[in-house]
Design a protein around this ligand. Structure first.
Ligand code: DC
Length: 266
């Protein structure tokens, strides 16, 4: 409702500021946020949705949290240590045993961008390769992995003032989020965007491989037992198949203004 919690929070007063976010490590934290004043983008699109969520966060003075990056970091850890093999068979006992001995956290890299670190190492774009994408949904379906990541996420959420994107944020992690947006687009459009992104960063993958991976991940994410990917009942649907980023930002700008009286800085 108008006058609710969705407003820019002065950093360092009771919001999570960027510095805190950078310094938070994956230390376990058992509390659950009961009434979050966060905004949640729960989506099906890859980088487009993160740049969208980042811009909303910047406009509101909120902190942006890319939850998929944490699942990707756990997958990277499992893959590079042989806890998941090329046939996607997981050594659950060892992964579980080692998960609580590692530190996964966000930190600003030398270029000023936020990166995921694993035990002091910047994982950079190595969490975005197809190798990792092919395994992340298998790892993310494991209940102990979800609990591990949820603990990190709830810790950010407790302070409020966050924009999170991820596949179960509005339904499972922060069901009381103040605003939920479910972004989607057709698989073909998403695959094409991903293809272009990869190409721009100098990594060529075939459209066919990308599309297959995308569909497989959706299927696994939608059908896993714990917190499957689904649109929360109270989430607003944003199908951006035919929208430019500019049009998307207009959409959210109008929404924030009419609902909360917030004028988005652009
Ligand atoms: O947002 P992304 O494409 O980087 O996410 C990668 C995978 O991580 C996604 O296919 C499923 C998993 N994930 C999840 O299970 N829950 C989330 N909140 C975020 C991501």
């Amino acid at each position: 409702a108008r006058g609710g919690l969705l407003r820019p929070i002065p950093s360092g007063v009771y919001g999570v500021n960027a510095q805190m976010l950078n310094d938070v490590e994956s230390a376990c934290y058992g509390e659950h946020a009961s009434n979050l004043g966060a905004m949640v983008a729960s989506e099906l699109v890859s980088e487009i949705k993160s740049s969208f969520a980042k811009q909303i966060a910047a406009a509101l003075g909120y902190v942006y949290v890319d939850t998929g990056a944490l699942y990707r970091a756990v997958t990277y850890f499992a893959w590079t240590n042989g806890f998941i093999d090329s046939k996607n068979r997981v050594d659950k006992t060892w992964l579980k045993k080692n998960l609580y001995n590692i530190k996964i956290y966000f930190k600003t890299g030398d270029d000023g961008r936020s990166y995921v670190y694993l035990n002091g190492n910047n994982l950079g774009d190595s969490i975005r390769t197809l190798e990792i994408s092919k395994r992340v949904s298998v790892i993310a379906a494991l209940p102990f992995v979800r609990e591990y990541v949820d603990e990190i996420l709830r810790r950010y959420g407790i302070e409020k003032g966050v924009v999170m994107d991820g596949r179960d944020i509005g339904t499972a992690v922060f069901p009381h989020a103040e605003l939920k947006i479910f972004m989607t687009a057709t698989p073909q459009v998403r695959a094409m965007r991903r293809f272009k992104e990869l190409k721009e960063s100098g990594r060529e993958e075939s459209m066919e491989d990308i599309l297959t991976n995308l569909k497989e991940r959706d299927f696994l994410d939608e059908n896993r037992e714990m917190n499957p990917l689904t649109k929360a009942k109270d989430a607003l649907l944003l199908d951006n198949s035919n929208l430019t980023i500019e049009q998307e930002l207009n959409w959210i700008g109008e929404l924030l203004e009419s609902r909360f009286g917030i004028v988005m800085k652009r």
